[in-house]
Design a protein. Structure first.
Length: 151
């Protein structure tokens, strides 16, 4: 799926294609990984996360935690149980507020995968290795999705 060990760029033309790309991408994930999603409202971030969660064998409904900031789901990588921590920082944009949330304690732990919508708001907290997924609306149906592993 990945063109090089670290980069993929793909266009999707439907919600089902975006879910499928997320599902395929989930095969790249390991416990402790952080996936930082960037893009405007309606660009496909939550839909992509639904695909990731399907690939990680989540049985709970996946919805963006816009008002509660964090949803946790149970999933699996291989036969290992993991927590999937789904963050949404759309409504949190002050560095002080983010510091007070203590999010660093929830990201990059060896028993979880962190999926972060609106990573633009927490860029200072993205340290170390992480997947950067950039979404761009091309038109009403088409999205350009750029996936890169940053070290």
């Amino acid at each position: 799926m990945i063109n090089t060990p670290h980069i993929l760029e793909k266009k999707t033309s439907s919600e089902s294609e975006t879910i499928e790309l997320g599902l395929l991408f989930s095969n790249q994930l390991s416990p402790g990984d952080i996936v930082a999603l960037f893009g405007e409202v309606g660009s496909g971030k939550t839909v992509f996360i639904k695909g990731i969660c399907r690939g990680l064998r989540t049985e709970e409904p996946v919805n963006s935690p816009t008002f509660v900031i964090l949803n946790e789901y149970q999933g699996r990588i291989s036969n290992n149980k993991i927590k999937i921590r789904h963050f949404d920082f759309y409504r949190v944009n002050k560095s002080k507020d983010i510091d007070e949330l203590g999010i660093d304690e929830y990201m990059g732990t060896p028993d979880s995968v962190a999926l972060i919508e609106w990573s633009e708001h927490i860029q200072d907290h993205l340290k170390g290795n992480y997947w950067k997924v950039q979404f761009q609306k091309v038109n009403d149906n088409t999205r350009k999705i750029h996936i890169e592993f940053l070290q």
